[in-house]
Design a protein around this ligand. Structure first.
Ligand SMILES: Nc1nc2c(ncn2[C@@H]2O[C@H](COP(=O)(O)OP(=O)(O)OP(=O)(O)O)[C@@H](O)[C@H]2O)c(=O)[nH]1
Length: 596
C-alpha cells in the first residue's frame, strides 16, 4: 500500500481544477495529446457547457517519481458548486490528502474555505497550490498570506503553478508523493469498501465507485450492501485511467469501479459499505450525511399528453441522481405534473435542462419554494413543500422557515453594500472579521431569501468579487402568510407563495406588476390580482388586443404570414393554458425576481 496515494482537488469554481487535473493525467501518460483536447473529467455535456463539475469521478494514474519508484495516484474529483457540497465531503472521505487549488490572481474564495475545513476535519493532509501564475495579475505572495489569514493553514511551501502552461506541475506530483501519506491498513482482512458514488450506465447497469478500506474485491465474489442486506455477485472490477480498465482485483487502499448487476442507484446508496456476503465485516464504515432536497418546484408538461413521458424521464434521471426527489402533483390550474425536490437552484436548472434537452419535453416550472415546517393546532407537524397546500390559518399554530448560516468573503470595499443586501434579506449579522486583504462576514439568512436572487445580487453589489458558502442551521418560526394570485378572478394555485407578513404587500404588488409585463395581450382583458385570504392587496390589468395580429401583414404576403404564425407558435411553446388565459413560463417565475 506504500505506493498508493489517494487525493482530491479542492477548488472554487473556475480556479482551474479541471485544467490541473488534465495536466496531471497528461504527465502520467493517461491520455495522448489528441485525447486531451477534450477536457476529460467534466464529461457530461451540460457540465461541459456550463463549465462546472457535478459528479465525482476517479482516475488512477501511474507516476514514476524523482526517487525512481512508481506510485499509483488515485485522483477523486470533487464538484465546486455550493449546491453539491455534500459530494465534496464524500469524495474527501476516500482520500488521505487534498490539493487546495487557489487562483493566484483571484485569491481565496468562500467555497475553498468551506471545503478545506471539511478536509482538515476529516484528517486529510492539505497541500496548497497557487494556480495561474502565468497571468500578469497573479500575486502568489499575497494569496499565500490570504490562505494563512483566511483559512488558517500553513502556506509557506505552497506550490506556484500554471496548469495552463504546465509550469511546475511536476512539483505538484512530487508533493502528492512526499506529503500525502499512503492509506493505512485496516484492522482485519474482512472486506469493507465505501461506495463513493454510483451511477447508471445503459450497458452495464449500476456502476459503483468504491474505496476499498480493507480486504479485497474480486470478480465472482458475492458482496453484500450493508444497509440493505442485499447480496449481489461481482461481475467486474477495475479503474479509470481515465479510460475504463478491467482488473483482476481491487485491494486495500485502492479506488476503482465495481459492477454487480444492481438495478438502480438506490440499490447502491452512496456512503454505504460493501462487504463479503459469506464473511462480512462486523460493522459498516461511518457513512455520510443524508442529502436532503431543500428547494421544491412543480414541473408540468405544457401538453397534458406528455405526462407519461415526463414520468418516464424523471424515473430515468433518478437512476443516476439519488438527490432528485419527485412525486405526482395535481394542480387545479396546471393539471397533472410532479412536485420535485432539488439540492438547490443549480440542481433544479440542470434537471429541467436535461428533461427538455435529452427527453425533448416542453415543461413549465413553478416558482421554487423552500420547505416550511407547519405546526397545526391538533399538534401535527407537517413539512410543507407546496405553498398552495398551506392549511387555513385557524388550523395553524406556527409556521417555521429554514435558516442558513452564510459565510461571505469579500474585499473590504464591498462590505457596506453586502451588509445592506443581507439586512434587506432579513439577515442577522453573526460576525465580521478583517483578514488581511479579505473580509469574512457571517450572516444568518432565511433560505427562502437566498433561493430568490441572492447569488446574483451578491455578485452585482460586489462587482463579482464576493463569494459565499452556506449550510442549513435550523427552522425558525415567523409571521408567514400565503399570497395567492388570481387571474380573472380565479385563484391559480401554482402561483401561490409564502411570504413574511412584512413583505407581503410589496411582494404582491411587485408580482402583479411583473406579471402584467409578462402575460401577452389576449382577445379580452386579463385581470391580475394578489390576495391574502379574501383580501385583495394588489391588482392590474392586461388590456385586450385591439386588432388581429395578422392584419399587420396586409393580407398579401403568404410567406410572411406563415412566418408570423410560426413565430407565435414558437412563443407558445412554453405557455400554459390556465382557464382561458395563456400564461408564459416567465410569469410563473416572476416571483423569483421580486423586490429588485
Ligand atoms: N491563465 C491561466 N488560465 C487558467 C489556468 N488554469 C486554468 N485556467 C483557465 O481558468 C478557467 C477555469 O478553469 P477550469 O479548469 O475549468 O476550472 P475548474 O476549477 O475546473 O472549474 P469547475 O469545473 O467549474 O469547478 C478556464 O478558462 C481555464 O482555461 C492557468 O494556469 N492559467
Amino acid at each position: 500500500m506504500d505506493h498508493i496515494r489517494n487525493f482530491s482537488i479542492i477548488a472554487h469554481v473556475d480556479h482551474g481544477k479541471s485544467t490541473l487535473a488534465d495536466r496531471i493525467i497528461q504527465l502520467c501518460g493517461g491520455l495522448t495529446e489528441r485525447e486531451m483536447a477534450e477536457q476529460v473529467l467534466d464529461n457530461n455535456p451540460i457540465e461541459r457547457e456550463r463549465g462546472i463539475t457535478i459528479k465525482s469521478q476517479a482516475v488512477s494514474l501511474p507516476y514514476t517519481a524523482r526517487d525512481g519508484k512508481t506510485y499509483q495516484l488515485n485522483f477523486i474529483d470533487t464538484p465546486g458548486h455550493v449546491d453539491f457540497s455534500y459530494e465534496v465531503s464524500r469524495s474527501l472521505s476516500a482520500c488521505e490528502g487534498a490539493l487546495l487549488v487557489v487562483d493566484a490572481a483571484q485569491g481565496v474564495e468562500a467555497q475553498s474555505v468551506a471545503n478545506c475545513y471539511t478536509a482538515v476535519e476529516q484528517g486529510l493532509e492539505v497541500v496548497p497550490v497557487l494556480n495561474k501564475i502565468d497571468l500578469p495579475t497573479a500575486d502568489p505572495d499575497r494569496v499565500k498570506e490570504e490562505i494563512e489569514a483566511v483559512i488558517g493553514i500553513e502556506a509557506d511551501d505552497a506550490i506556484a503553478v500554471s496548469a495552463k502552461t504546465g509550469e511546475n506541475v511536476t512539483d505538484v506530483l512530487e508533493a502528492i508523493v512526499q506529503r500525502i501519506p499512503p492509506p493505512k491498513p485496516g484492522d482485519t482482512d474482512k472486506l469493507q469498501a465505501l461506495i463513493i458514488d454510483s451511477w447508471f450506465d445503459n450497458y452495464l447497469g449500476v456502476v459503483m465507485l468504491v474505496r476499498v478500506m480493507q480486504g479485497e474485491l474480486k470478480p465472482g465474489s458475492k458482496i453484500q450492501v450493508m444497509s440493505t442486506g442485499r447480496s449481489h455477485g461481482v461481475d467486474e472490477v477495475g479503474v479509470f485511467t481515465p479510460k475504463r480498465k478491467k482488473l483482476g482485483r481491487l485491494g486495500a487502499g485502492e479506488v476503482g469501479w465495481v459492477n454487480a448487476a444492481i438495478k438502480d442507484v438506490h440499490g447502491a446508496p452512496v456512503g454505504d459499505t460493501l462487504t463479503l456476503a459469506n464473511d462480512p465485516a462486523d460493522k459498516p464504515l461511518p457513512g455520510f450525511q443524508q442529502m436532503q432536497p431543500r428547494v421544491f418546484a412543480g414541473l408540468f408538461p405544457v401538453s397534458a399528453d406528455d405526462y407519461p413521458d415526463l414520468r418516464e424521464a424523471l424515473d430515468k434521471l433518478r437512476l443516476n441522481d439519488a438527490a432528485l426527489f419527485f412525486e405526482p402533483e395535481s394542480s387545479e390550474a396546471m393539471g397533472f405534473g410532479f412536485r420535485c425536490g432539488f439540492l438547490g437552484m443549480l440542481h433544479m436548472e440542470i434537471v429541467q435542462e436535461r428533461l427538455e434537452r435529452e427527453y425533448d419535453l416542453d415543461l413549465v416550472t413553478t416558482a421554487p419554494t423552500v420547505v416550511y415546517e407547519v405546526e397545526k393546532t391538533d399538534g401535527e407537524v407537517i413539512s410543507l413543500d407546496n405553498p398552495a397546500k398551506l392549511p387555513a390559518s385557524p388550523q395553524i399554530t406556527e409556521v417555521r422557515e429554514p435558516i442558513i448560516v452564510a459565510s461571505i468573503l469579500t474585499p473590504p470595499d464591498h462590505v457596506g453594500a453586502i451588509i445592506t443586501l443581507c439586512e434587506e434579506k432579513r439577515g442577522v449579522q453573526k460576525g465580521i472579521q478583517y483578514l488581511g486583504t479579505q473580509v469574512q462576514i457571517s450572516y444568518e439568512l432565511p433560505l427562502a431569501e437566498v433561493v430568490l436572487d441572492f447569488f446574483d445580487r451578491l455578485k452585482s453589489v460586489s462587482r463579482g468579487y464576493a463569494s459565499m458558502e452556506y449550510h442549513f442551521q435550523r427552522f425558525q418560526p415567523g409571521p408567514f402568510v400565503r399570497v395567492d394570485v388570481l387571474i380573472n378572478g380565479e385563484r391559480v394555485d401554482a402561483l401561490s407563495l409564502i411570504v413574511h407578513r412584512v413583505q407581503a404587500e410589496t411582494r404582491g404588488r411587485d408580482l402583479v406588476e411583473r406579471m402584467k409585463g409578462l402575460i401577452p395581450r389576449q382577445q379580452f382583458d386579463v385581470a391580475i390580482q394578489a390576495a391574502i385570504g379574501g383580501q385583495i392587496i394588489a391588482r392590474s390589468t392586461v388590456k385586450a388586443l385591439r386588432k388581429n395580429v395578422l392584419a399587420k401583414c396586409y393580407g398579401g404576403d403568404v410567406s410572411r404570414k406563415k412566418k408570423l404564425l410560426e413565430k407565435q407558435k414558437e412563443g407558445k411553446k412554453r405557455m400554459k393554458q390556465v382557464g382561458r388565459v395563456e400564461i408564459p413560463q416567465e410569469a410563473f417565475l416572476a416571483v423569483l425576481k421580486a423586490d429588485k
